[in-house]
Structures are given as structure tokens and as C-alpha cells.
Design a protein around this ligand. Sequence first.
Ligand SMILES: CCCCC/C=C\C/C=C\C/C=C\C/C=C\CCCC(=O)SCCNC(=O)CCNC(=O)[C@H](O)C(C)(C)COP(=O)(O)OP(=O)(O)OC[C@H]1O[C@@H](n2cnc3c(N)ncnc32)[C@H](O)[C@@H]1OP(=O)(O)O
Length: 203
Amino acid sequence: MAIDLRSEFQAPAVDAAADAARRVIDALVRSGGMTDADMSAIADRLNAVADDLEAAAPPVADRLVDMWRGDGITRHDPVAGPENPIAPPLEYSAVDSRTIEAVTTLGLPYQGPPSCVHGGVSALLLDHTLGVANGWAGVSGMTAELTLRYHRTTPLFEPLTVTARQVSVDGRKIRTTGEITAGGGTCVSAEGLFIAKHPPRPR
Ligand SMILES: CCCCC/C=C\C/C=C\C/C=C\C/C=C\CCCC(=O)SCCNC(=O)CCNC(=O)[C@H](O)C(C)(C)COP(=O)(O)OP(=O)(O)OC[C@H]1O[C@@H](n2cnc3c(N)ncnc32)[C@H](O)[C@@H]1OP(=O)(O)O
């Protein structure tokens, strides 16, 4: 079953703009200094876009309230948020009532070792995916501990499967596991302890 990204709040043009920003980030990292493009002119054009966006943007406090409308999954987060350009973004599917997964392919902006995913990026993907698995399973909380094991390097440019499963709930303590696999092999595995607590939503 595909995830419902709170369809009542979807704005296709916003998601399209975030997709365009992802393309820009990828192209900038790919280009570096090895480009014939006029990077000064490109910086001017990108700054002009940012000027337009900033001039029309709401106060941050209002946007925070807007971000936390509704229940369930968010659209702004840095892992699955379609309207956040730093999110790949992951699209989750249910495997069973306590397990979710997403398939994604990461490019140069997420690089750590040569042609490999940065370990901190893997940690980010797993932390968030474990958290969403908890939400899917019905009892969620804040990350108190996250233990990662990096079994082998995680490749860029290849499909990665990110999986998470809620294992147990004991009072406020929630234990959740997950992994990133590539080509059927485990690259990173994670064990998380989450504590059932929810900071108040901005109003
Ligand atoms: C397929 C479709 C999917 C559809 C999905 C559907 C729904 C999804 C819905 C929502 C999902 C959306 C998003 C979720 C995604 C991602 C989540 C992101 C997670 C984060 O990004 S989150 C930020 C990082 N995180 C922090 O910023 C935490 C900072 N921290 C604190 O806020 C406190 O520290 C806290 C709250 C952790 C605890 O504080 P507290 O006061 O509430 O708890 P307290 O101290 O009373 O402890 C109670 C018992 O927990 C034990 N305990 C506590 N802490 C421990 C630790 N660290 N290690 C081991 N044990 C610990 C104690 O030892 C005691 O144990 P005992 O009862 O046995 O004595």
C-alpha cells in the first residue's frame, strides 16, 4: 500500500519547484569547477529566484503552524518530504502492519567515500524511516538512541531499499530496527530506542 502524503495538503506546483531545486543541487555538485557554464551568471539567476521566494514567503512562525497541520506523515521533513529539496525524497510503502520500506537512488549530493553514500546520510534516512515505521505501527516517539552498523559501503547511483520495523513497545520505550540494502545485501543496519513523547505542535 502506498503512503498517503496527506493528499488534502498536496500542492503539485510546490513539489515541482522542490524537484527543480533538487536538479539544481545535483547539477551544481556534478559541475564543480569542471564546467563551461558561466557560474557567476548562474549565481545571479539563482539569487534572483531566492529573492522572489523570500519576498513572497510567510513569517516562519506561520509556516511552522502550516507544516504541522493534520496528522500523520509530514511533507516538509528532510527525508521523505516532497516539498523539501534536501529530501531525496523517500516514498514509503507498507510491508505489513509494523514494517515499511522505500526504494531510492542517491546521487552526488549525498556522497561520502568515493561513489558511496555518506554515513551520516544513511543515519538520517534510517532515523527517519524507523520513526515513520513507529507512526505506521501506531506508537511513536522521539529518538533516544540510534545504533548503526556499517557492514559495507552503500553505493550511489544504485537502487537502495530502506526498511524499518517496529519490534516492541514496553511502556514508553519503543524498539525499532531497520536496514539499507543494495543488490540484496545489507549495507547498514540500525537499532533504535524511541521514547513515546511528542513535543507540542506549533499553533
Ligand atoms: C507506509 C505508510 C507509512 C505511513 C506512516 C504513517 C504515519 C507516520 C506518522 C508519523 C511519522 C512522522 C514522522 C516521524 C519520523 C521521524 C521521527 C524523527 C525522530 C527524531 O528526529 S527525534 C529528534 C532527536 N531526538 C531528540 O531530540 C530527543 C532528545 N531527548 C529527549 O527529548 C528526552 O531525553 C527523551 C524524550 C528521549 C526522554 O525524555 P523523557 O523525560 O520523556 O523520558 P524519561 O527521562 O522520563 O525516561 C523515560 C524512560 O526512558 C529511558 N530513557 C530516556 N532516554 C534514554 C536514552 N537516551 N537512552 C536510554 N534510555 C533512555 C529512561 O531511562 C526511562 O526509563 P525507565 O522508565 O525504565 O526508568
